[in-house]
Design a protein around this ligand. Structure first.
Ligand code: SAM
Ligand code: SF4
Length: 316
């Protein structure tokens, strides 16, 4: 088991496998995309697996693969297979934009991925093109079907609340849970990277969801998500409030960026380089970084993240 100095148990690793992406979501990256780095700057599949294994030996039980877009990373299936074999890993999950799921959902299931979070900020094709700057909604909808066909259950849909952009679709997303068994999770936009200076009206409180759909009934707390349900629905609605609440007291996670830096907190400048380390040295570096995990972030006070990284570099 791994605990920080405040007694928080750290058992969840978000591992970013690439900073590249096939989309250019307006709130996550600039329209020019990501400056191309050399291959050597990014962790190899072998290094990613070694970091995953060391983290599991330290006490991590759940790994979420993220990015950038994890499905554009060459070797992603091999990485999933390698991580899945490691004793002690209870859950292997992935956050994806879903565009490649029509081709890859069954292979991901075979490779041992347990659950998927699919990001989807609008159900309107034209708006989808605007938000992602280059994506096609139909790919993601087909990807969701492919995931269901491949046997994925408990799939979560991540919807970032964008005031003046997609808040008129809150009721449509909630209605989707009446028909499909998805957990639709509305996430408050965090002022980081390209969206740090966006006007205040873009940053909506998750209360907007309860105002738009007053029939929602509170069903309990699940991790950082408040869960609600519509009467007789197949799925559920989750609210994730990084801006109107702080989860720091119960934070159980660490993150590793695609260039091998361990971030004990999403919003802090603190980073610890894991590259070049193996075996016990790697485990010791992970434990040392966890000891330095800050007690809380300053996002709410400053309305700005301290991190200088963009979200696609960290993985959310
Ligand atoms: N490309 C994958 C995807 O979009 O699901 C994985 C990486 S993406 C950075 C992970 C999640 O972070 C997505 O659900 C995205 O919508 C969310 N995200 C990105 N920037 C954000 C921000 N400023 N505030 C809140 N969520 C954000
Ligand atoms: Fe890519 Fe995900 Fe960022 Fe959109 S949110 S640009 S899909 S990394």
């Amino acid at each position: 088991m791994m605990q920080d100095t405040l007694g928080r148990t750290i058992d969840y690793l978000r591992l970013s496998v690439t900073d590249l992406c096939n989309y250019r979501c307006q709130y996550c990256m600039g329209c020019e995309g990501v400056p191309k780095r050399s291959h050597q700057d990014i962790l190899s599949i072998e290094e990613l697996a070694q970091i995953g294994e060391a983290a599991i030996r330290c006490g991590v039980k759940k790994i979420r693969l993220t990015g950038g877009e994890p499905l554009v990373r060459r070797g992603i299936l091999e990485l999933c297979r390698q991580l899945r074999k490691i004793e002690g890993l209870k859950e292997l999950t992935m956050t994806t934009n879903g565009a490649a799921l029509p081709q890859m959902a069954a292979q991901l299931k075979d490779a041992g991925v347990d659950r998927l979070n699919v990001s989807l900020d609008t159900l309107r094709p034209e708006r989808f093109r605007e938000i992602t700057r280059c994506g096609e909604l139909e790919d993601v909808l087909q990807g969701l079907q492919a995931a269901e066909k491949a046997g994925f259950t408990d799939t979560k849909l991540n919807v970032v609340l964008l005031g003046g952009i997609n808040d008129d679709e809150i009721a449509d997303f909630a209605a989707l849970t009446g028909e499909r068994p998805y957990c639709v999770r509305f996430i408050e936009l965090m002022p980081m990277g390209v969206c740090a200076d966006w006007p205040q009206e873009r940053f909506l409180s998750a209360d907007a969801v309860l105002q738009a759909v007053p029939e929602l009934e509170f069903a309990g707390q699940s991790g950082v998500s408040e869960v609600y349900r519509l009467p007789n629905c197949k799925g559920s609605v989750g609210l994730i409030r990084p801006m109107s609440h702080t989860f720091c007291g119960g934070c159980n996670r660490i993150r590793v960026t695609a260039d091998g830096k361990l971030k004990p907190c999403l919003h802090s400048l603190q980073e610890y380089d894991l590259r070049g380390l193996q075996g016990e040295d790697l485990e010791a570096a992970i434990r040392r970084a966890v000891e330095k995990k800050p007690s809380e972030h300053h996002l709410l006070k400053q309305h700005r993240s301290d991190t200088e990284r963009q979200m696609h570099e960290i993985g959310g």
